[in-house]
Ligand binder design. Structure first.
Ligand SMILES: Cc1cc2nc3c(=O)[nH]c(=O)nc-3n(C[C@H](O)[C@H](O)[C@H](O)COP(=O)(O)O)c2cc1C
Length: 207
Protein backbone atom coordinates (compact mmCIF):
# COMPACT_ATOMS: atom_id res chain seq x y z
CA UNK A 1 0.00 0.00 0.00
CA UNK A 2 1.15 3.54 -0.72
CA UNK A 3 0.08 6.95 0.51
CA UNK A 4 -0.73 9.08 -2.53
CA UNK A 5 -0.03 12.81 -2.68
CA UNK A 6 -1.47 14.84 -5.54
CA UNK A 7 0.25 18.25 -5.83
CA UNK A 8 -3.01 19.78 -7.06
CA UNK A 9 -4.94 18.61 -4.00
CA UNK A 10 -2.28 18.67 -1.32
CA UNK A 11 -1.55 22.16 -0.01
CA UNK A 12 1.73 23.83 -1.12
CA UNK A 13 3.27 23.58 2.36
CA UNK A 14 2.48 19.93 2.91
CA UNK A 15 3.56 18.87 -0.58
CA UNK A 16 6.80 20.83 -0.27
CA UNK A 17 7.50 19.22 3.10
CA UNK A 18 6.95 15.76 1.64
CA UNK A 19 8.95 16.38 -1.55
CA UNK A 20 11.77 17.90 0.45
CA UNK A 21 11.88 14.81 2.64
CA UNK A 22 12.21 12.37 -0.24
CA UNK A 23 14.71 14.23 -2.45
CA UNK A 24 17.50 13.53 0.00
CA UNK A 25 20.29 13.90 0.97
CA UNK A 26 20.96 17.23 -0.74
CA UNK A 27 24.38 18.89 -0.90
CA UNK A 28 24.46 22.46 0.37
CA UNK A 29 25.79 25.38 -1.66
CA UNK A 30 26.93 28.04 0.79
CA UNK A 31 26.54 30.99 -1.56
CA UNK A 32 28.50 34.20 -1.03
CA UNK A 33 27.50 37.25 -3.09
CA UNK A 34 27.81 41.04 -3.12
CA UNK A 35 25.00 43.54 -3.41
CA UNK A 36 25.22 46.42 -5.88
CA UNK A 37 26.17 48.58 -2.83
CA UNK A 38 28.95 46.19 -1.86
CA UNK A 39 27.23 44.48 1.11
CA UNK A 40 28.52 40.93 1.44
CA UNK A 41 25.92 38.17 1.74
CA UNK A 42 26.12 34.48 2.63
CA UNK A 43 23.29 31.91 2.58
CA UNK A 44 22.88 28.12 2.27
CA UNK A 45 20.97 26.64 -0.68
CA UNK A 46 20.34 22.89 -0.78
CA UNK A 47 18.55 22.91 -4.12
CA UNK A 48 21.98 22.64 -5.64
CA UNK A 49 23.79 20.49 -8.17
CA UNK A 50 26.18 20.39 -11.14
CA UNK A 51 24.31 21.69 -14.20
CA UNK A 52 26.83 21.10 -17.00
CA UNK A 53 30.20 19.37 -17.41
CA UNK A 54 31.71 21.29 -20.34
CA UNK A 55 31.66 24.20 -19.88
CA UNK A 56 31.47 23.53 -16.14
CA UNK A 57 28.31 24.96 -14.57
CA UNK A 58 26.52 24.63 -11.27
CA UNK A 59 23.00 25.61 -10.30
CA UNK A 60 21.08 26.56 -7.20
CA UNK A 61 17.44 27.51 -6.73
CA UNK A 62 16.09 30.48 -4.85
CA UNK A 63 12.63 29.75 -3.52
CA UNK A 64 11.12 33.20 -3.72
CA UNK A 65 13.17 36.37 -4.00
CA UNK A 66 16.08 36.56 -1.58
CA UNK A 67 19.22 38.66 -1.15
CA UNK A 68 21.42 36.02 -2.83
CA UNK A 69 19.28 36.07 -5.98
CA UNK A 70 19.06 39.88 -6.02
CA UNK A 71 22.85 40.13 -5.63
CA UNK A 72 23.67 37.58 -8.33
CA UNK A 73 21.35 39.36 -10.73
CA UNK A 74 22.89 42.74 -9.85
CA UNK A 75 26.57 41.77 -10.06
CA UNK A 76 26.59 38.58 -12.15
CA UNK A 77 28.88 36.77 -9.71
CA UNK A 78 28.78 34.36 -6.78
CA UNK A 79 30.88 31.80 -4.93
CA UNK A 80 29.65 28.37 -3.86
CA UNK A 81 31.52 27.59 -0.65
CA UNK A 82 31.65 23.98 0.54
CA UNK A 83 29.38 23.16 3.49
CA UNK A 84 31.70 21.17 5.75
CA UNK A 85 30.74 19.49 9.02
CA UNK A 86 32.82 21.71 11.35
CA UNK A 87 30.82 24.71 10.04
CA UNK A 88 27.40 23.24 10.93
CA UNK A 89 26.19 25.97 13.30
CA UNK A 90 27.63 28.81 11.22
CA UNK A 91 25.98 27.55 8.02
CA UNK A 92 22.62 27.33 9.79
CA UNK A 93 23.11 30.80 11.27
CA UNK A 94 23.60 32.29 7.80
CA UNK A 95 20.06 31.12 6.93
CA UNK A 96 18.68 33.68 9.37
CA UNK A 97 16.73 36.32 7.50
CA UNK A 98 19.04 39.22 8.31
CA UNK A 99 18.12 42.53 6.65
CA UNK A 100 19.91 43.10 3.32
CA UNK A 101 22.28 45.70 4.84
CA UNK A 102 23.70 43.22 7.37
CA UNK A 103 26.49 40.91 6.28
CA UNK A 104 26.18 37.33 7.51
CA UNK A 105 30.00 37.14 7.55
CA UNK A 106 30.12 39.71 10.35
CA UNK A 107 27.00 38.51 12.13
CA UNK A 108 28.24 34.92 12.27
CA UNK A 109 31.98 35.66 12.66
CA UNK A 110 33.40 34.26 9.44
CA UNK A 111 36.52 35.36 7.58
CA UNK A 112 36.60 36.53 3.97
CA UNK A 113 39.28 35.39 1.53
CA UNK A 114 39.68 37.05 -1.89
CA UNK A 115 38.59 35.06 -4.91
CA UNK A 116 40.90 34.64 -7.91
CA UNK A 117 38.53 35.46 -10.75
CA UNK A 118 35.63 37.47 -9.31
CA UNK A 119 35.07 40.30 -6.82
CA UNK A 120 32.90 38.22 -4.47
CA UNK A 121 35.07 36.83 -1.64
CA UNK A 122 35.16 33.24 -0.44
CA UNK A 123 34.59 31.90 3.08
CA UNK A 124 38.14 31.32 4.35
CA UNK A 125 36.98 28.62 6.80
CA UNK A 126 35.44 26.48 4.03
CA UNK A 127 37.70 23.91 2.30
CA UNK A 128 36.40 24.52 -1.24
CA UNK A 129 35.35 27.59 -3.22
CA UNK A 130 33.66 27.41 -6.62
CA UNK A 131 33.89 30.85 -8.23
CA UNK A 132 31.06 31.50 -10.70
CA UNK A 133 29.75 34.09 -13.09
CA UNK A 134 26.05 34.16 -13.88
CA UNK A 135 25.19 32.18 -17.00
CA UNK A 136 21.43 32.46 -16.83
CA UNK A 137 18.43 32.46 -14.54
CA UNK A 138 15.31 30.44 -15.16
CA UNK A 139 12.05 31.49 -13.53
CA UNK A 140 9.84 28.55 -12.58
CA UNK A 141 6.65 29.36 -10.70
CA UNK A 142 7.63 30.67 -7.26
CA UNK A 143 11.32 29.81 -7.69
CA UNK A 144 14.30 30.91 -9.75
CA UNK A 145 17.05 28.57 -10.89
CA UNK A 146 20.44 30.31 -10.99
CA UNK A 147 22.98 28.74 -13.33
CA UNK A 148 26.58 29.78 -12.88
CA UNK A 149 29.55 29.22 -15.13
CA UNK A 150 32.43 27.92 -13.00
CA UNK A 151 35.45 30.19 -13.47
CA UNK A 152 37.69 28.75 -10.80
CA UNK A 153 37.80 25.91 -8.30
CA UNK A 154 39.97 26.37 -5.20
CA UNK A 155 40.48 23.38 -2.89
CA UNK A 156 42.34 23.43 0.42
CA UNK A 157 45.52 21.36 -0.01
CA UNK A 158 44.78 19.79 3.38
CA UNK A 159 41.80 17.87 1.92
CA UNK A 160 43.64 16.67 -1.20
CA UNK A 161 45.05 13.13 -1.39
CA UNK A 162 46.88 12.01 -4.56
CA UNK A 163 45.54 15.02 -6.46
CA UNK A 164 41.89 14.38 -5.54
CA UNK A 165 39.58 15.97 -2.97
CA UNK A 166 39.19 13.23 -0.32
CA UNK A 167 35.66 12.72 0.93
CA UNK A 168 36.60 11.82 4.51
CA UNK A 169 38.64 15.01 4.77
CA UNK A 170 35.98 17.17 3.10
CA UNK A 171 33.32 16.00 5.59
CA UNK A 172 30.28 17.27 3.64
CA UNK A 173 27.03 18.20 5.34
CA UNK A 174 23.77 17.42 3.60
CA UNK A 175 20.22 18.61 4.05
CA UNK A 176 17.35 16.22 4.67
CA UNK A 177 13.66 16.96 5.34
CA UNK A 178 12.24 18.89 8.33
CA UNK A 179 15.12 20.49 10.25
CA UNK A 180 17.29 17.45 9.69
CA UNK A 181 20.82 17.48 8.32
CA UNK A 182 23.23 14.58 7.84
CA UNK A 183 26.90 13.81 7.78
CA UNK A 184 28.75 11.11 5.86
CA UNK A 185 27.77 7.55 6.65
CA UNK A 186 29.21 4.38 5.18
CA UNK A 187 31.03 4.86 1.87
CA UNK A 188 30.83 2.04 -0.66
CA UNK A 189 32.70 1.78 -3.95
CA UNK A 190 31.52 -0.20 -6.96
CA UNK A 191 32.62 -0.17 -10.59
CA UNK A 192 30.10 0.16 -13.40
CA UNK A 193 29.54 -3.06 -15.39
CA UNK A 194 29.88 -2.68 -19.15
CA UNK A 195 27.20 -4.49 -21.11
CA UNK A 196 29.86 -6.63 -22.78
CA UNK A 197 30.89 -7.92 -19.34
CA UNK A 198 27.33 -8.54 -18.15
CA UNK A 199 26.92 -12.19 -16.98
CA UNK A 200 25.28 -14.27 -19.71
CA UNK A 201 25.85 -11.58 -22.33
CA UNK A 202 25.73 -13.08 -25.83
CA UNK A 203 29.14 -12.93 -27.41
CA UNK A 204 29.25 -13.59 -31.16
CA UNK A 205 31.75 -16.32 -32.15
CA UNK A 206 35.31 -15.11 -32.96
CA UNK A 207 34.72 -11.84 -31.09
C1 LIG B 1 20.61 23.99 4.90
C2 LIG B 1 19.70 25.01 4.28
C3 LIG B 1 19.39 24.93 2.94
C4 LIG B 1 18.58 25.88 2.33
N1 LIG B 1 18.30 25.77 1.00
C5 LIG B 1 17.58 26.73 0.38
C6 LIG B 1 17.36 26.66 -1.02
O1 LIG B 1 17.77 25.74 -1.71
N2 LIG B 1 16.66 27.69 -1.58
C7 LIG B 1 16.20 28.75 -0.86
O2 LIG B 1 15.58 29.65 -1.43
N3 LIG B 1 16.39 28.83 0.46
C8 LIG B 1 17.08 27.86 1.10
N4 LIG B 1 17.31 27.94 2.44
C9 LIG B 1 16.84 29.12 3.17
C10 LIG B 1 17.78 30.31 2.93
O3 LIG B 1 19.11 30.00 3.28
C11 LIG B 1 17.29 31.50 3.78
O4 LIG B 1 16.03 31.90 3.29
C12 LIG B 1 18.26 32.67 3.77
O5 LIG B 1 17.81 33.63 4.71
C13 LIG B 1 18.37 33.33 2.42
O6 LIG B 1 19.36 34.32 2.57
P1 LIG B 1 19.50 35.60 1.64
O7 LIG B 1 18.18 36.36 1.72
O8 LIG B 1 20.63 36.31 2.29
O9 LIG B 1 19.80 35.13 0.26
C14 LIG B 1 18.07 26.96 3.09
C15 LIG B 1 18.37 27.03 4.46
C16 LIG B 1 19.16 26.06 5.06
C17 LIG B 1 19.48 26.15 6.51
Amino acid sequence: MRVDLDPEETGRRRFYAALNSVVVPRPIAWVSSLSADGVLNLAPHSFFTVACVQPPMVQFTSVGRKDSLNNVEATGEFVVNFAAEPLFEQINATATNFPAEISEFEAVGLTTEPSRTIAVPRVAESPVAIECTLHTTLELGDSTVVIGRVRHLAVDAAVMVDGHPEIRLLRPLARLGKDEWSTLGEIRSITRIRHSDWPGHYKPPHS
